[in-house]
Write a protein that binds this ligand. Structure first.
Ligand SMILES: *[C@@H]1O[C@H](CO)[C@@H](O)[C@H](O)[C@H]1NC(C)=O
Ligand SMILES: *[C@@H]1O[C@H](CO)[C@@H](O)[C@H](O)[C@H]1NC(C)=O
Ligand SMILES: *[C@@H]1O[C@H](CO)[C@@H](O)[C@H](O)[C@H]1NC(C)=O
Ligand SMILES: *[C@@H]1O[C@H](CO)[C@@H](O)[C@H](O)[C@H]1NC(C)=O
Ligand SMILES: *[C@@H]1O[C@H](CO)[C@@H](O)[C@H](O)[C@H]1NC(C)=O
Ligand SMILES: *[C@@H]1O[C@H](CO)[C@@H](O)[C@H](O)[C@H]1NC(C)=O
Length: 675
């Protein structure tokens, strides 16, 4: 009897705990989440407090969390169902005020959106799937970055997306206080907010509403959009969230979520939701102070002693970290403490940028007052570190006025820190592509081109070993106080090889600068560097990126575009219009033709850097492209390759990895460390 009773009781408790739906149910509510309640992938995690954390403190990351059973979004006669959902979320950026992409509520045919991209793709789509009607994805995006290619309205908006990252309707994050007054909200404020998304299938009305969690539901939605969803929805679809971080990291949290098909979603219980941060209110705080004051003092003392101990230990540890082999290479090993101090503790104010390999900070050495740029790369593979430091040391021995000088390095806690000369005018791409007031004059541009050519010639032919750059592009060209160009980041592409993928060989470079043979052979050569240099010449002369993307796919392939001008006999018209009439016709024509010559799909047709410099200095004149050259161009058209090559997979910043077939053993004598 007692046993029967207790098992009954147990059953009762169990039914209480498993609130979310049994089969056939059409609604669920999560006031906080439990492990196992959702299908998670990527960085998504359910914390012990019941918070669903979609992304963590890693950048270029995406994640998905979907309800495990699908719902019939179309009924048997193919009519869409109505639905309503509401969820409470918070976006906590890693660096205050620096956006980390966004998150989206998504209705999807599958909970496993594996081949999608992070960053602006929100973990929902990739380059080729974006915009395709075969996606069958309905999403409500909370987007904190303005991506022009997707026609985003600003960097803080809510939008309805159908199969594409270009929203069908979007509005700045805000909520109605009266019919004429909308109050703005900042999505990245770490504040908890709530979204309602409701679709009435009869009226074909899709409403999205946003409000701070502490406010009641506004009587007016933020957006109301009329749409027949019958072609987007399928008879079985999953509901959930997709989220991504971009250049900067940030955490995207969901605190509670309620959903109903063909009905009104259940209310979320504010008191049952996990809390994001325990902020005591003022009353509690006063009481707390009385109690905590003596406790704080004791804790403080313990902490001071503790940190003294830690500092002492850390110093010893740092002193020990220099291994024997490191002293062999003779490159200056700087102290982590000095760099920490120089960059004011790697503070956000000192952050200059977030490159492909890591963050770059400005610093001032306290003793010499010398300005430096400090690149911090996280690198957790201990294996390969020795080889890499050897390479770094080799790079440190390179000296040329058109190369950014590496001064030294240090290692600390899985991070590799490189110290370079500080370049007050930043990177060249900023002047070419951003709509800055001050564009560069032709004289400056031509001077930069000649400088970079000289720097590359030094790497390829004038130093004791052949050094490949592997990632030549405008954003790797830095400008000193007098706008002289200097090549940066050389050799670092190899770190990427090592750190991220030990098994497969990856050719790392940037879309549009990768020579066609690279994706086949995986071997970088001086000739693939020349190819990238060609793309660089064209971007400097035309003020356009080598490949421009639009929602519909590839918008402009610069080589093909310039080629068309050449074939029409008006090559000079391809120039950057912002130059006006202040340019030298002969030089412009030469740079454009040289750019084409270096961009030849056939490696043998490209000049060597020695010749490139002779052309630029006017010691040789450039031969005209022959019929045969043109044929080669047309058969190897970059646009065709971009659209057709399945081995290309992109990531948010346009960095592309092509899987090659061979290992790191690059052609003899061609690689810096050819072994
Ligand atoms: C974040 O999640 C990713 C993917 O699961 C994982 O590789 C990474 O180590 C996590 N980072 C942190 C800081 O937890
Ligand atoms: C499907 O839904 C439509 C509109 O909601 C309704 O008129 C129709 O009767 C439904 N069909 C079936 C087979 O349930
Ligand atoms: C893009 O996504 C689609 C659909 O999810 C997938 O079939 C395709 O393989 C993906 N493409 C790449 C290049 O990852
Ligand atoms: C609210 O945000 C929009 C878009 O960012 C802006 O145009 C508007 O001026 C803001 N309104 C207020 C009151 O700040
Ligand atoms: C959408 O908002 C409008 C305007 O407030 C309202 O009349 C309508 O009932 C809402 N529709 C849904 C599906 O919530
Ligand atoms: C929605 O579109 C489908 C197919 O185009 C059509 O059969 C259906 O009648 C439309 N629904 C309404 C409510 O107009």
């Amino acid at each position: 009897m007692l046993r029967a009773f207790s098992s009954c009781f147990l059953l009762f408790i169990l039914t209480l705990i498993t609130v979310p739906a049994a089969a056939g149910a059409t609604e669920f509510v999560f006031n906080g989440f439990q492990a196992g309640g959702l299908i998670l992938n990527g960085a998504a995690e359910i914390e012990v407090t019941g918070l669903l954390r979609l992304t963590n403190a890693t950048n270029q990351e995406f994640s998905h969390a979907f309800y495990p059973t699908p719902f019939p979004f179309l009924n048997s006669s193919g009519e869409p169902s109505s639905f309503s959902t509401s969820f409470v979320f918070a976006i906590v950026p890693h660096y205050t005020e620096i956006s980390s992409e966004g998150l989206a509520f998504a209705i999807s045919p599958t909970p496993n959106l594996y081949s999608t991209l992070p960053s602006q793709f929100l973990g929902l789509f990739n380059l080729s799937s974006n915009g395709q009607p075969t996606n069958h994805i309905v999403a409500v995006e909370l987007d904190t970055i303005e991506n022009r290619e997707f026609d985003d309205i600003n960097d803080n908006h809510v939008g309805i997306n159908l199969n594409s990252l270009t929203s069908v309707v979007a509005a700045p994050a805000s909520y109605a206080q009266s019919s004429s007054l909308f109050r703005n909200l900042s999505l990245i404020s770490s504040q908890t907010m709530r979204v309602w998304a409701e679709y009435d299938a009869k009226k074909m009305e899709f409403n999205v509403t946003l409000a701070p969690f502490s406010s009641p539901k506004p009587f007016l939605p933020l957006m109301s959009y009329t749409i027949n969803l019958s072609s987007v929805l399928l008879s079985e679809m999953y509901v959930g969230f997709s989220s991504s971080t971009g250049a900067a990291a940030g955490s995207h949290y969901i605190l509670g979520w309620s959903f109903s098909l063909n009905g009104r979603e259940a209310e979320l219980l504010a008191s049952n939701l996990p809390s994001l941060l325990e902020l005591p209110d003022d009353k509690k705080r006063k009481k707390a102070i009385l109690f905590w004051f003596p406790v704080t003092i004791i804790v403080f003392l313990v902490m001071v002693l503790g940190s003294l101990f830690l500092v002492f230990k850390q110093r010893r540890r740092l002193a020990e970290a220099a291994e024997e082999w490191e002293t062999e290479y003779g490159l200056q090993r700087l102290s982590y403490r000095d760099l920490h101090k120089a960059t004011r503790g790697f503070s956000v104010e000192n952050l200059l940028g977030n490159g492909g390999f890591g963050e770059v900070y400005k610093g001032v050495l306290s003793k010499s007052k010398q300005e430096i740029a400090v690149k911090r790369i996280s690198h957790d593979s201990r294996q390969g570190m020795k080889e890499f430091i050897a390479e770094i040391a080799t790079i440190g021995r390179l000296r040329h006025r058109n190369l950014v000088q590496l001064h030294g390095y240090t290692r600390s806690q899985g991070q590799l820190i490189l110290v370079y000369d500080f370049m007050p005018n930043g990177s060249l791409d900023h002047y070419l592509f951003n709509r800055v007031e001050q564009s560069l004059t032709w004289t400056q541009r031509f001077n930069i081109i000649k400088g970079i050519a000289a720097g590359l010639l030094y790497l390829h032919e004038e130093w004791e070993q052949v050094v490949l750059h592997r990632d030549i592009k405008a954003s790797n060209v830095l400008l000193d106080a007098d706008f002289n160009g200097k090549l940066g980041d050389f050799g670092l592409a190899r770190l990427h090889d090592r750190g991220s993928m030990a098994e497969t060989t990856r050719v790392v470079g940037t879309l549009g600068y990768l020579a066609p043979e690279l994706s086949r052979t995986g071997k970088s050569t001086t000739s693939s560097d020349v190819f990238a240099f060609g793309a660089f010449l064209l971007e400097v002369a035309c003020g356009k990126k080598p490949v421009e993307f639009k929602t519909t796919g590839v918008e402009l392939v610069l080589v093909d575009w310039v080629l068309e001008f050449m074939e029409r006999g008006e090559l000079i018209e391809a120039r950057d219009r912002r130059l006006g009439n202040t340019f030298v016709v002969k030089e412009m024509e030469m740079v454009l033709s040289l750019g084409l010559m270096c961009s030849s799909p056939a490696a043998v047709a490209r000049p060597r850097m020695r010749q490139v410099v002779q052309y630029l200095e006017g010691e040789l004149s450039i031969p005209a492209l022959t019929e045969e050259d043109l044929l080669i161009f047309h058969s190897g058209s970059m646009k065709k390759r971009l659209l057709g090559d399945a081995s290309l997979s992109g990531s948010g910043d346009g960095t592309v990895a092509a899987i090659g077939s061979s290992g790191w053993d690059h052609g003899a004598g061609l690689s810096l460390f050819g072994r």
